[in-house]
Design a protein. Structure first.
Length: 306
């Protein structure tokens, strides 16, 4: 059994159904990937590393993790902070608009609580994102990278998705610095073409590959929307087409779903090209439903487990 620890923040998601109606659920970029990875590869052990509050919404999230078979051994409780919250509204093309309330999120204290409880993390793979870094203050970011360094020394593989959100960073230069730090310690990365365009001005997959050439990353998977997925493994580059979708309902978790599916396929022994095709199918299914995490029965009707 492969052991995967995924670090990040899970928030309360409020989705607009009508002018008077909101639907509540729980989501967050890395949490979405954790759920989809577990659904695609049920034999894996998927743990979520985060901090939540002591409020009733945090209790509900713990039940949600249990329902999704996510291991909670690395979920810590804060008595002074609660869950972050965001509201989402989609336009007629499925594109999303967000409003966030996360300044007092318990997840921002994850590594303080990890150190206070003297908890050691053990896993085969460790996954984190740019959002995971951005929500932390500088001392906790250093603690995160200390944990990553220790895991890497013990043989864990490190996976990173830059997932750049400008509003979470003080400056673009700050985001570039910490993204660079993350790339330097990663074995597998999921750079998004849009993220690199906004963060570095890179306009093509080749620009991204050139920028990452000296980072010693074993496997680079560039997500480029409808253009397709560009994979660089060693010196071999491949392009994998994405699934065509007739009607997009909600693009909220497209990249997260792809990452979860890709990781599940790779952990099951599939090659990068096969894994990208599988991840693309997962993403194409998810964006035809509202919300970040779609109902399990609908997911199982479309996606074969590995």
């Amino acid at each position: 059994m492969k052991r995967i620890v995924i670090y990040g923040e899970c928030m309360v998601e409020l989705r607009t159904e009508s002018a008077q109606t909101l639907t509540k659920s729980y989501a967050g970029d890395t949490y979405n990937s954790a759920v989809y990875l577990k659904r695609c590869l049920p034999s894996s052990s998927v743990s979520f590393l985060t901090a939540i509050g002591a409020d009733f919404l945090s209790d509900e999230l713990m039940f949600n993790m249990g329902e999704n078979e996510i291991n909670t051994d690395y979920v810590f409780r804060s008595v002074s902070r609660n869950l972050g919250l965001y509201m989402i509204r989609n336009d007629e093309h499925g594109e999303r608009n967000f409003a966030y309330w996360r300044s007092q999120s318990a997840a921002t204290q994850t590594f303080t609580l990890l150190e206070e409880t003297k908890t050691s993390i053990h896993c085969d793979w460790f996954y984190f994102s740019g959002i995971s870094i951005a929500i932390l203050d500088v001392p906790q970011r250093e603690s995160l990278f200390a944990v990553i360094d220790e895991l890497a020394k013990n043989g864990s593989k490190i996976v990173f998705d830059p997932n750049y959100r400008a509003s979470l960073w003080d400056t673009k230069e700050d985001a570039q610095y910490w993204t660079e730090r993350a790339y330097q310690v990663s074995d597998l990365t999921f750079p998004g073409a849009d993220d690199h365009l906004m963060l570095y001005g890179h306009r093509t997959a080749d620009d991204i590959f050139s920028y990452l050439a000296n980072k010693n990353i074993d496997e680079i998977v560039v997500k480029n929307g409808s253009v397709g997925v560009h994979i660089l493994e060693g010196k071999e580059q491949r392009i994998v087409p994405v699934e065509r979708v007739e009607q997009v309902i909600d693009t909220t978790a497209a990249g997260d779903a792809f990452n979860g599916g890709y990781l599940a396929a790779r952990l099951s022994g599939k090659k990068p090209v096969e894994s990208a095709s599988y991840g693309a199918k997962v993403a194409a299914t998810v964006i035809t439903y509202p919300g970040a995490i779609i109902p399990l029965i609908d997911f199982n009707n479309h996606i074969p487990t590995l």
